[in-house]
Design a protein around this ligand. Structure first.
Ligand SMILES: [Zn+2]
Ligand SMILES: [Zn+2]
Ligand SMILES: [Zn+2]
Ligand SMILES: [Zn+2]
Length: 309
């Protein structure tokens, strides 16, 4: 077969995958052949009645074209969102996972999902502009200096959501007062790939308005947005403060907190075990692309969700 055309991971060159001659869909396993060797996709083969090859009128067989199936499985295919601008190519089996975090996928407004008040859909490049236009109070904040929330009560469920742009990356900071569970949650999620999310850690600083000496700092790695904030809360892998404790941070129904997001050590277990543990202990050591991890990521990760202006 035309081996040279098959995409090499290193270069990201993608081949045009063979199409079924009947339905013109891209072939995927299982692929069946007729007696003279024409290959048809599974659903077209099943739909033939009688079971005769539409190309040559020979009988179809149960013989699979394993070579072609193998080539397709190993071929780099372009992202289905290529026409929207995604240049990422991947092995066929990785397409479904990539689509969940592809930055060119159609997204819904995070405030719509949480508050049900916005029906906007669009892509990552447009989301910040959408926030600036429609939800300015949810994006025009400097999380590093802190945000002050008013009308906060430990007796009422409440949610807060902020869209934060840091460099070229977007993050969502959420906080939820849950009177049923009697806790307050905080989590920072990156809109984009899991890998980029795990390369970032966040700190939530909550300082008491009643007594500045009282402070809580929570640190964790970021999640990406394939999980909802509620799902992260349920997992408990987020900042959590009992309401009783939280009440000492409120003064005149006001509370302040700040969120600091920085590039940090990735989640150790997901990464090369042979690496020495010192690297993981130095959050700032990997500020620039580590050639080792950088290369490793290129295979599977669509890379950071870079916003181009
Ligand atoms: Zn077909
Ligand atoms: Zn045939
Ligand atoms: Zn994509
Ligand atoms: Zn919206």
């Amino acid at each position: 077969m035309a081996k040279a055309k098959v995409g090499k991971k290193a270069t990201g060159v993608a081949m045009e995958l063979p199409e079924c001659p009947v339905c013109f869909e891209t072939m995927s396993a299982p692929i069946f052949q007729c007696q003279s060797g024409h290959s048809l996709c599974n659903s077209c083969t099943k739909n033939l009645c009688p079971s005769i090859c539409p190309m040559c009128r020979q009988a179809m067989t149960q013989m699979r074209n394993l070579t072609l199936e193998d080539i397709i499985a190993k071929a780099n295919v372009p992202c289905p969102n290529k026409s929207f601008g995604c240049v990422y190519t991947m092995v066929t089996q990785e397409v479904d996972d990539h689509l969940k975090e592809c930055i060119f996928r159609v997204m819904t407004c995070p405030l719509g999902a949480v508050f049900g008040k916005c029906s906007w859909t669009g892509n990552l490049k447009e989301i910040m502009n959408h926030f600036k236009e429609r939800h300015p109070q949810n994006c025009n904040v400097n999380m590093e200096t802190g945000v002050e929330l008013s009308n906060v009560s430990i007796h009422e469920d409440e949610r807060f959501l902020y869209l934060i742009q840091q460099g070229n990356l977007l993050f969502i900071v959420t906080m939820k007062i849950d009177t049923l569970q009697k806790v307050v949650y905080w989590v920072v999620q990156h809109i984009g790939s899991k890998k980029t999310a795990q390369q970032h850690i966040y700190e939530i600083h909550i300082t008491s308005k009643q007594d500045p000496r009282r402070q809580v700092i929570f640190t964790d790695h970021c999640y990406n947005d394939t999980l909802s904030a509620d799902a992260v809360y349920r997992l408990g892998k987020c900042g959590i403060l009992p309401l009783e404790m939280f009440s000492h941070f409120i003064l005149n129904k006001k509370i302040s907190f700040k969120a600091v997001i920085k590039r940090g050590a990735p989640k150790p277990k997901k990464f090369d075990k042979s690496k020495n543990s010192n690297e993981n202990k130095q959050p700032n050591a990997s500020k620039n692309t580590n050639p080792k991890t950088g290369n490793a990521q290129r295979h599977k990760s669509p890379g950071p969700a870079v916003l181009k202006k």
